[in-house]
Design a protein around this ligand. Sequence first.
Ligand code: GLN
Length: 538
Amino acid sequence: METKFIFVTGGVLSSLGKGICAASLGRLLKSRGFSVTIQKFDPYINIDPGTMNPFQHGEVFVTDDGGETDLDLGHYERFIDENLSKYNNFTSGQIYKNVIDNERKGLFLGETIQVIPHVTDEIKNCVKRTLQNKKVDMLITEIGGTVGDIESLPFLEAIRQFKKDVGKENVLYIHVTYVPYLKTSEELKTKPTQHSVKELRSIGIQPDIIVCRSEIKLKEDLKSKISLFCDIEKEAIIDAVDVNHIYQVPLNLYEEGFDSIVMYKLNLKYRPIDLRDWHELVNKINNLNGYVKIAIVGKYINLKDSYISIIEALNHAGYFWGKFINIKWINSEQLEIDSNCSKELSDIDGLLIPGGFGIRGIEGKVNAIKYVRENNIPFLGICLGMQCAVIEFARNVLNLSDANSSEFDKNTKNAVIDLLYDQKQIDKLGGTMRLGSYPCTLKKGTKAFSAYMKTSINERHRHRYELNNVYREIIENAGMIISGVYQEKNLAEIVEINNHNWFIGVQFHPEFKSRPERPHPLFREFINAAIRYSQNKD
Ligand code: GLN
């Protein structure tokens, strides 16, 4: 079938869950047998979020092909269960760069370059570029930001024009808005939605469907009111009431008839839906029993979005074992004094140290790792977390008291974590790390192997520094095993400790590949070990 283009815009305020809404629609359409992909446009000028502070932007999600992307791509992958590409996320910066590069090449033959048509044309090209990678029945495009923002305007103009380019029967506009609930008068207010739709119409876009995010359910009369003011059939006003967990959203939207109205408006023949797997997942989530306490020690803990894929991956493993994951967030700087660790960590069932950059909080992470290594508490170290585990081991087991990463101490004599030669040649920050999927070979008989149950795996990377091969032999001789290697360059990708309950550090980011119905093997086994640890404690 000809590809259908579904554009999702947001109104009233940000953080409405537009990404979850797009992802949920993707899941519903996929469950009806359509092939689906989802892309996101972000209106900021950065080329990608790779150089942005996690405090401002949350996690940087990494695709197989090495794209550093918006965290919404993580939701898309988890909901539609497809691996996406760097061509599923474009920023204003990227679009302007493409236009300016083409201007410098002389491709515009002397024209004056303007937002309309040159920037809008490039936006439309980027919509289609996603399809060059993979042709699908449905392309869902989420426009970041809120309607009314200056920087969203070129995107809205481009998607308005898009209808004429590909035919109106192939395009659908969905507007996600907020319907606030006023506690004092106990009523939901539709005015902000009316204004936001008015704004959208002033640009020339009449939404086909409105998704109303609200605290309580919208009554029929309210839907009628929105329908009247916004010129949309009542059936196309979809209620998205707050939920306990995001995986409930597709089921609620289905109950509201969301995907049916999408098919109807796109003139598509009815297809039955198979949501059995998703129902099973939600059923599991609603029947969790008991919990394990996992500490996450990091420095971006005030913005939980900085660790969103890690939180999700832990939850997926919890769903698998039927347990809640109770996350204890600990600021790494709080653990810089060794004695704080027993106070903070004595009640946990597992420790996870996530990725990160820069020296702040490193000593706290090293102290925390020493505590769990010595006390046999399950440990999963990711990227920087793995590097800290190697530093800790070198300092406290190999007695190399100045062991460090050259990221934190350029002059250390024992750089157990160091830059590879090709990274030393790089002078630009953006997009220059070791990025994307690389193969890794596992050693049989290790904990890593018994998690994956195969010798050949692929995982996603985002880092500059590596375990320094000079130290490999003495590290292994002292009991820290290198259980996974990237053979082409002989890089240590996984370390683990033999005589420990469960202690694994990985140079890659397993959290990006975990799916709600299929937890990542390392997260699954980490939580398994944490459950065993908590049971033995009682
Ligand atoms: N800062 C470390 C490096 O660049 C770790 C990066 C990470 O944790 N993603 O290698």
